[in-house]
Design a binder for this molecule. Structure first.
Ligand SMILES: *[C@@H]1O[C@H](CO)[C@@H](O)[C@H](O)[C@H]1NC(C)=O
Ligand SMILES: *[C@@H]1O[C@H](CO)[C@@H](O)[C@H](O)[C@H]1NC(C)=O
Length: 322
């Protein structure tokens, strides 16, 4: 904590990269009342989660599931490890926040179905079997902010043993996924689940991904059908296929750093605008047809592709303290 404050004070004078060896995460101060300030989750009325509701601490599955079940505003703080083989249904108006690095969720997925206004932050989620859904599954839901979480599995069981790390389907909308460490997995993040779901999805699925660290994920960083995606300031390390717009989806992909990808930006029937991306040891670059998403209706800060790796390594994942 003290180190973070010192670095903050020095930051105006000394570039972050000088202070932050890549092996060491900067601890970042946050508050339980934080609301979404970046990306599509700031539109459509904004994303405030449980702001205004009581703070409830939980450290077991029963208490956690009960605390998020209804739609009343509530800030639910997870204070210790919770493991099992299950799925927690998440209601509207919730902030679900890991108190510190003890908040490790193993084997339990979160399902946000037909809900509105949910924030999930600072959790380390792993090993959610496909039978229990995605790590975080956002379906028919709007105004969702997932921030500073680490989600991972492994690549040892074939691609359908686990499902997605964080997926958004069935006309989910106004979503921001930021500062995540997403790693060791086959099918990263799916937006729009089927080629045949255009009637429901078209005009929805607005989603922003930024300042994320993707590592050792085979594909879907994200794969996005029908929707609108803004992907920036992210570090893709050792993926086969990264950003894939499909079925008329439009993506704006900027200020990212791709290393060792076969298909950094890949599309045939989805469209991309790509600006200032670095492609290091990649087989291809951007193969998607030229898109129309040249701007987005919110303000944001680009790091510049050359600064992404140091910044993302220092901050991505469950690095918040409260
Ligand atoms: C779960 O935590 C609650 C408090 O949040 C406690 O009352 C309850 O006994 C705990 N249940 C188990 C099974 O440990
Ligand atoms: C969310 O909370 C607001 C009040 O803060 C309430 O009006 C609304 O009904 C809640 N949403 C849902 C889906 O219940």
């Amino acid at each position: 904590m003290n180190i973070y404050f010192q670095i903050t004070l020095l930051a105006t004078a000394i570039p972050l990269t000088w202070c932050a060896p890549s092996s060491e995460k900067l601890v970042k101060r946050a508050t339980l009342n934080d609301i979404a300030t970046t990306g599509y989750a700031t539109l459509n009325g904004g994303t405030t989660g449980g702001l205004g509701g009581p703070v409830v601490e939980v450290n077991n599955l029963t208490a956690w599931a009960a605390a998020v079940a209804d739609d009343l505003p509530r800030i639910v703080v997870i204070t210790g490890p919770i493991s099992g083989s299950s799925q927690v249904m998440v209601g509207s108006n919730k902030s679900i926040i890991g108190k510190n690095s003890a908040a490790k969720i193993t084997g339990i997925g979160m399902y946000i179905l037909q809900k509105k206004n949910v924030i999930v932050r600072n959790l380390i989620i792993s090993k959610v079997l496909a039978a229990n859904g995605d790590g975080i599954w956002i379906q028919k839901s709007t105004n969702i902010w997932v921030d500073h979480c680490e989600i991972f599995n492994d690549q040892d069981h074939g691609k359908d043993y686990y499902d997605g790390l964080v997926d958004a389907t069935h006309a989910a909308d106004w979503v921001t996924i930021s500062n995540m460490y997403l790693h060791d997995h086959e099918k990263g993040s799916l937006v729009g689940h089927s080629d045949n779901n255009g009637a429901e999805d078209t005009g929805h699925l607005h989603i922003t991904y930024h300042n994320n660290h993707w590592k050792n994920v085979y594909s879907r960083g994200p794969s996005l059908r029908f929707g609108t995606g803004h992907i920036y300031n992210s570090y893709y390390d050792n993926m086969f296929e990264c950003v894939r717009p499909r079925k008329g989806a439009q993506v704006l992909v900027e200020s990212n750093y791709f290393v060792g990808a076969s298909k950094p930006i890949f599309g045939t029937d989805g469209y991309a605008v790509a600006r200032d991306n670095a492609y290091i040891q990649c087989t291809n670059q951007n193969t998607a047809p030229a898109g129309t998403l040249a701007s987005v209706p919110y303000s944001y800060s680009l790091l510049g592709s050359g600064n992404v790796v140091a910044a993302v390594l220092a901050q991505a994942g469950a690095t918040l303290t409260f």
